[in-house]
Design a protein around this ligand. Structure first.
Ligand code: SF4
Ligand SMILES: [Zn+2]
Ligand SMILES: [Zn+2]
Length: 314
């Protein structure tokens, strides 16, 4: 992101310059361009259709607050499409309450229904409790694995209970580019195939399809859009966000983007071109099963959440 003296095409002063487009934007034109970007993703990938009830996963951070705001803006007055916010409280003292307060503030501002589901109620564990239970530093650094697995599990289960047909998540362009590179670095072909606007999971009535309406909007643009529209959000980082592969990949991509503007966009475009070609030749692994312990859908005998819960007992 860089601000230059160039005027926007409409003649107004610019606040943002997209170097790879060679175009400067004023506040109004930028907001409009971002909204068009999201609409294009929704349309091109057919993400939301009449009859859908969308559970918007909202944490209170900049991306999910932007996602809820824009879904509300696009679908508020569209008949036959319903949505609500689904917030997960992982139990992280000094952090999650503040971010959920921002999420609730936004829901009230937009008059959107919201539901808060707690790890503690669902699993009898909070992330704080798990951190205390894990003694060695190496495992403590994997706290995001526990958090991510439990969160995905709970979002799917609760969204289903609330009759949602889809779950919208706040993955932005930066996240998507990072995921593409991360899966290449890890050699995780199966996960690589599951990226995209509407990731392929095992099709099953107990799985609620995940969609990523903001995957073509960059993190910088989201920050500006939130500012322009005075969208409340919580900006602090989780105290448990350790250095990990994603952080390293993010730093590399950010550096490349600075030197070669448009890198993030090109990585995602390249993936989008490659995926249909790959899917013609290979099918992602995994058959639908139900967890022997909790009966939730999984590709294994015991789902990842139950496996981690068992680990915590030892
Ligand atoms: S940084 Fe890790 S522990 Fe913190 S909310 Fe995110 S996934 Fe959970
Ligand atoms: Zn303009
Ligand atoms: Zn299970």
């Amino acid at each position: 992101m860089s601000v230059i003296n160039k005027k926007c095409e409409c003649g107004k002063n610019s606040i943002y310059y997209k170097s790879y487009e060679g175009r400067a934007y004023c506040k109004r034109c930028l907001a409009r361009q971002i909204e068009m970007n999201v609409k294009k993703t929704l349309r091109k990938d057919g993400l939301i259709k009449k009859g859908d009830k969308i559970a918007v996963a909202v944490s209170g951070g900049k991306d999910s607050c932007f996602l809820l705001y824009i879904i509300n803006k696009i679908f508020r007055n569209v008949k036959g499409i319903d949505f609500f916010a689904l917030c997960i409280d992982e139990g992280i003292k000094g952090y999650r309450k503040k971010s959920l307060d921002a999420a609730k503030k936004l829901c009230k501002m937009l008059d959107v229904k919201y539901y808060v589901v707690k790890f503690d109620d669902a699993f009898n564990y909070t992330i704080d409790k798990i951190m205390k239970r894990i003694s060695d530093e190496k495992s403590r650094q994997k706290i995001c694995t526990y958090c991510g697995v439990f969160k995905r599990y709970l979002i799917n289960k609760e969204a289903r209970k609330l009759n949602a047909t889809k779950v919208a998540v706040g993955h932005n362009l930066d996240d998507e580019a990072e995921s593409v590179l991360m899966n290449i670095l890890r050699g995780d072909f199966n996960r690589f195939l599951r990226l995209g606007a509407s990731p392929i999971l095992i099709e099953d009535k107990k799985f609620v399809q995940r969609i990523k309406p903001i995957r073509n909007v960059s993190s910088d643009e989201i920050i500006l859009y939130n500012k322009i529209n005075k969208i409340p959000f919580y900006y602090q980082r989780c105290p448990y966000s350790y250095d990990n592969v994603r952080r390293d990949v993010k730093n590399i991509i950010d550096k490349l983007e600075k030197k070669y503007p448009g890198t993030k966009y090109q990585i995602v475009r390249f993936y989008d071109k490659l995926k249909p070609i790959l899917l013609k030749r290979v099918k992602p692994n995994g058959k639908m099963k139900y967890c022997k312990i909790c009966k939730e859908p999984t590709s294994r005998d015991i789902c990842e959440a139950c496996e981690l819960l068992e680990k915590l007992k030892n």
